[in-house]
Structures are given as C-alpha cells and as structure tokens.
Design a binder for this molecule. Structure first.
Ligand code: PMP
Length: 432
C-alpha cells in the first residue's frame, strides 16, 4: 500500500501497528500528528489541540523547544550513540553529576537505563543483589502497596496493583510479591501504615525492599496520599532492615510541587527511579540512583558487579537533552508556575464535582484529576475532547490532566472547560 495520504497512514497503522494497551484486531481509533510545538499538537488534518498530557508526564517544557532542540543538534555533531561498556562521555558524566547534585545527598551513584520500566527492573535487581551479597539469601521479595504502577516489564508488573493492574493475566509467571493496602491518610495525620507493618513484621526474612510511588500513585489510579505515610514507611524500612525504593518516574522534576515528591516527607530513599520528564519528554531515558549503602552492600561478597547493561545505556543524545532540560527547569520559576497551575486547576475543576457522573475531583501540583463513578467509553470521550480542541486521554474512571508547565492560563482554561463541557454531556461517561 502506498503511504501517500494521511488516510493511507491510518489504514496501514490500523492493520499492522500495536498501540499502547489496545487490540490489534479491534483497535481504538488513533489520530495522525503532523507536528507539535509549545502546548499545541497539530493533527495531520490541520486541527490543533491543546496538550493536557505532556505525552504521559514527560514534555514538561512543551514540544519543539529551541533550547532542547539545540542540545540534541549540538550533540549530533559529535556522536549520537556510543556503547557504554568500556567507554564514557561528557553528556553522561554531566547528567550523573547534575542528578546527584539535585537529589538527596546520600544518593551518590547512577545507573542509566533506557526506560522507566527498565530502571525499575534495575532497582529490583539492586535490592535483591544487596541482600544476597550480605548473606540474606532468602530476602528476594518486594513489599509494595495496592494501587501502584511501576511499568510493563515482568519485574515492574510484579509490583503493580495485583487486581486492578493491567497485568492480572500474567500473575502466574510473575514473581509473587507482598501487597499492603493502598496508603490512606486521615485528617488528623494518622495513616493505615500499621497494616503494612504487620506484613513487614511477618515477612521480614523474605523482603529485600519496599517499592512505592511517593505522594501520587499515577497509572494505578491517580491516588494521592500524605507525606506522613512516607515518613512512617522510612522508619519501618530502617527498623526491619529493608531498602526503600521510591519510583519517581512520574512524580519527578516538579510535577507534585517539589522537585521530587519525597522532599515533601523530608525522607531519603535508598534507591530512586527517575524517567519520563528526565529528558523533557524528548527521548527515552531513565536513571536508577542509589546510596553508598546500597553500593557497599552489593560489594559485600567481593564481586560488586551489577548484572545489567542495556545496549543504549546512557545514550549521548538522550543525556545531552536531559542536561539541557534539567538546566532549563532549574533556571525557570517552576515552583511558582506549578503552584499557579495547582490553584487554577483547583478553581476550575471544582465545578465538575456537581456533575452526576463525577465521584471526586482532586488536584496536586500540576496534576488535575476528575474521577468518575464508572469507566469511560474511551473512544467516545476521546473524540469529544478532540472536538473541543484539546488532547486529554482518559483511562478507566479517570479524566486527568498534567499539562506542560509552560501552559498559559487561557490555554489551561480551555482544558478545564472542555472537561466540564464533555462530562456534562453524559455520553461516553457511563458505559463500560
Ligand atoms: N513507574 C511509574 C510510576 C510510571 O508512571 C511509569 C510509566 N507510566 C513507569 C514506571 C514505566 O515507565 P516507562 O513507560 O518509561 O517504561
């Protein structure tokens, strides 16, 4: 089939290409994109959409940013890629340094992975290897909480929500991990951490680490919980001699109002996973940071070799754009911007509470969530949003937005009013 027209592209795509979480035989519709710039996505048919998704939490500075473009163009002049086994390069070393500088002091070591999921695999391997090298050979399980999401590879899937996660059908081939209830916080500051402690106590000889998304559980259901829970968790991890892995792949780089969500609890993880916004959404890259304690533990049996090494580890183009993106973020008034987005989201999404389809509205940093009573009809709702000139991709019972930080107030209002308008027309909001 010649791929001349947009329709040819769409037809070929539909016939041959898997899209995320969809069927090959009965896929959801896709829209062809011509280009993206700032917060505008231009479709091949000429329509323009305001982006509410930052391409899944990543494009914090918007698209086609001159500074980020330049970083890649400049890096391209010297090399686009070089193997990391036996070789190193300035973009990787500079990125490691900036990550070590902007994260908590104990995090001193960086492993570059090629996606968020892989960085979680690496974190899990680090924790298992740490316990093993220290002679705790039974400590091979992870403890996590329900409602989490940590990626689509087998290790990551094993710590996703076991029931509502997208991975239930694979449960027989996944490592069997231990699940505590979803974190809940009361107004008086008390939490349900006791239930986690019971499990930690019972299985302390089997658990090498706890893994959790701090403050905001993302793809598992956009659940927010309080910093006190994390403080208590940190204490318990030390008490029961297990490592704490924080997955900040979605929350990192300012999205929840602090550069990293763990700062809100004033705690430090032993292992930290970063991804998504790391490159400003330009390229795939992730990082697993760890403390000296973890590295020393892995070295305890004398080998210290961490058994992981992806082909595209520390890709120079991705590292160069990550360096530029972090500098751009740090030199901007991102705290003010995220705080303004939070206020505006709160004010403008609040009216959705009165809609019959809506169960709850919640806002945290530059994240706005409208939770419905029933799962949405994705195709219908998606088309309705496109008709309103906005790109909002709901899932399950959630209509949520996390726009690029550069979005202007009038553009954000276009997003929030589109949500109100589309949800007030009940079509698409109540069928499963
Ligand atoms: N952890 C979290 C918290 C995530 O939100 C995601 C991606 N949605 C991942 C891990 C996996 O990252 P990736 O899609 O880059 O593999």
């Amino acid at each position: 089939m010649p791929l001349k027209s947009t329709q040819n592209l769409l037809d070929y795509d539909r016939e041959h290409i898997w899209h995320p979480y969809t069927s090959m035989r009965n896929p959801l519709p896709v829209y062809a994109v011509e280009s993206a710039s700032g917060v505008t996505i231009k479709l091949a048919d000429g329509r323009e959409l305001i982006d509410a998704m930052s391409s899944w939490w990543a494009a914090i500075h918007g698209y086609n940013h001159p500074v980020l473009n330049q970083a890649i163009e400049q890096q391209l002049q010297s090399m686009s890629h070089i193997m990391f086994g036996g070789l190193t390069h300035r973009p990787a070393v500079e990125l490691a340094k900036i990550l070590i500088d902007i994260t908590a002091e104990p995090l001193q070591h960086v492993f570059f992975a090629d996606s968020g999921s892989v960085s979680v695999e690496v974190a899990i391997k680090m924790a298992v290897q740490y316990a093993y090298a220290l002679g705790n050979r039974n400590k091979q399980k992870l403890l996590t909480v329900c409602g989490g999401y940590h990626g689509d590879t087998l290790g990551g899937m094993s710590v996703c929500d076991p029931v509502n996660g997208m991975h239930t059908m694979f449960s027989d081939i996944l490592p069997q991990q231990i699940f505590a209830p979803q974190p809940e916080c009361n107004d008086d500051g008390s939490t349900n951490i006791d239930e986690l402690e019971v499990l930690l106590n019972k299985h302390q000889d089997e658990i090498c680490a706890v893994i959790i998304e701090p403050v905001v559980q993302g793809a598992g259901g956009m659940h927010f919980y309080c910093a006190q829970y994390l403080q208590q968790l940190r204490v318990l991890c030390d008490q029961y001699n297990v490592l704490l892995i924080l997955d900040e792949i979605a929350t990192g780089f300012g999205r929840t109002g602090t550069l990293f969500a763990y700062e809100q609890a004033g705690i430090v993880p032993d292992i930290l996973c970063l991804g998504k916004a790391l490159t400003g959404g330009y390229m795939t890259l992730a990082a697993t940071l760890s403390s000296k304690k973890v590295v020393d533990g892995i070295n305890a049996d004398g080998s210290g070799v961490l058994m992981h090494g992806p082909t595209f580890m520390a890709n120079p183009l991705a590292c160069a754009v990550a360096n530029a993106s972090i500098e751009l973020l740090l030199s901007s008034c991102w705290q003010n911007k995220v705080a303004q987005l939070e206020q505006q989201l709160y004010k403008e999404l609040k009216p959705c509470r009165s809609l019959p389809a809506v169960k709850e509205v919640r806002v945290k940093g530059a994240i706005g969530v409208v939770e419905l009573y029933r799962p949405v009809n994705m195709a219908v709702l998606q088309a309705a949003f496109v008709k309103q000139g906005v790109w909002i991709r709901p899932f399950n019972r959630l209509v949520y937005i996390m726009p690029p930080y550069i979005i202007q107030p009038d553009e954000l209002s276009r997003l929030t009013s589109a949500i109100y308008k589309v949800l007030s027309q009940s079509r698409g909001c109540n069928s499963s």
